[in-house]
Design a protein around this ligand. Structure first.
Ligand code: SOE
Length: 396
């Protein structure tokens, strides 16, 4: 029987959108999954103590800190969960690991490859002492995507030839959506590429079990200045056309082709300008014996095509991924009673706590995060290099 009397003291840095997603996960996980350690929500950390306290009250955090260094120094904190902008990840994560705290860090792992390498080195060193780090590529924990990986690993698709990966959002289509940290390169590292492109890079490598080995990409910024001030109560928020404007320093959209180690050809797109698409994180994989297709806007479904079936009856089948034998779903509701965005974060906590208790490296590790960071950096380098771009002659 599980000894739930063993506790895991959690300290979380950041309390906004991702902070709330993580907070609910720490609270919910032990109610649905038999965890080997019971998470204690010891402290929530944020520079705006009043705002942090309000979120702490909402989710049941026991205390509030205003300085992440103080959080790390506390004896009752065993794990530091980092939900802050990318420019802070390396410093907090490395300090926490060196202090002997397990770390969960939001994606992308860092803003640069150099920072990600530092983090991966610190994580490898900590792991030798039984202290573990994981990066939050949450979509891996969507049951349908986890199931897709199982199908590919079982050989159901045969040889993988194509990976079509898209992450489509539309929260920047209005040119008067105000500036925020996600539009500032010094804070976010990059735009759509790192914020959402990173998710599909990880998901593609995870589902296929194969690494991306080369890329060729383009980046676009469609709206290069936006209101400096505005309402940030939603992801994009709203601003005024008459307001003072400041520069957007990141990409609005990224597109790239990719080669995989297994020989597959990938086509990737990440954009915040896909009008009408709210959170369409999509993956379609074509293999010699079958294919699969996923769209997060219908996250409980996986479409599967079996090319070994007779042609006259073959076709994409729509599988509702809510059976007790599907990944994660047995802990929740009866078949057909689907899951939502927040469940990926809960599954992330479950897998992390299980790995820590078992003394095993949780995945995606910081090394996995570094591999994604290298893909992002290669896309940026490729996008800056015009030497291989060929102009298409236009009739006068
Ligand atoms: C914004 O684009 C965002 O919140 C990402 O930062 C998250 O990682 C993704 O899960 C949803 O969209």
């Amino acid at each position: 029987m599980t000894d739930t009397s063993r506790e895991l003291g959690v300290g979380q840095v950041g309390y906004a959108f991702m902070g709330a997603a993580h907070s609910q996960a720490w609270r919910t996980a032990p109610s649905f999954f038999p965890l080997p350690l019971t998470p204690r929500l010891r402290a929530l950390c944020g520079r705006d103590v009043g705002a942090a306290q309000a979120v702490a009250d909402r989710f049941g955090w026991e205390s509030v800190e205003s300085d992440w260094r103080a959080l790390i120094a506390r004896d009752d904190i065993d794990l530091v969960d980092i939900c802050t902008p990318g420019n802070t990840h390396a410093e907090i994560a490395v300090a926490a690991l060196r202090a002997g705290k397990h770390v969960l860090c939001e994606k992308p792992l860092a803003n640069t490859v150099e920072e990600a390498e530092l983090m991966a080195d610190a994580a490898a060193e900590a792991a030798t002492q039984g202290v573990y780090a994981m990066v939050g590529f949450t979509y891996r924990r969507t049951p349908a995507l986890s199931f897709a990986r199982r199908l590919v690993a079982d050989g159901r698709l045969g040889t993988i030839r194509h990976v079509r990966a898209q992450y489509l959002q539309d929260w920047l289509t209005d040119p008067d959506v105000p500036l925020s940290w996600r539009l500032d390169k010094s804070l976010a590292g990059s735009g759509a590429l790192g914020d959402i492109g990173a998710h599909v890079v990880d998901a593609a490598q995870y589902v296929t079990g194969s690494a991306i080995t080369s890329v060729s990409g383009v980046l676009r910024t469609f709206v290069d200045s936006r209101p400096v001030a505005g309402d940030h109560s939603t992801l994009g928020g709203s601003g005024s056309a008459d307001a003072e404007r400041g520069p957007v320093t990141v990409d609005d959209a990224a597109a790239f082709t990719a080669s995989f180690a297994n020989g597959a050809l990938g086509v990737f797109e990440a954009t915040r300008f896909a009008t009408g698409r709210k959170n369409a994180m999509r993956l379609e994989i074509s293999g010699s014996d079958g294919a699969l297709a996923f769209d997060f806007e219908e996250m409980n479904l996986l479409q599967v095509y079996d090319a070994t079936e007779p042609a006259e009856t073959a076709g994409f089948r729509r599988i509702v991924v809510t059976e007790p034998t599907h990944p994660y779903t047995g802990a929740w509701w009866p078949p057909g009673h689907g899951l939502g965005y927040e469940h990926g974060f809960t599954h992330q906590v479950v897998d992390l706590v299980d790995a820590i208790a078992a003394g095993e490296q949780p995945r995606p590790s910081f090394a996995d995060g570094l591999s994604v960071q290298r893909v992002l950096a290669a896309v940026e380098t490729s996008a800056e290099d015009d030497s291989r771009r060929h102009t298409v002659p236009q009739d006068a």
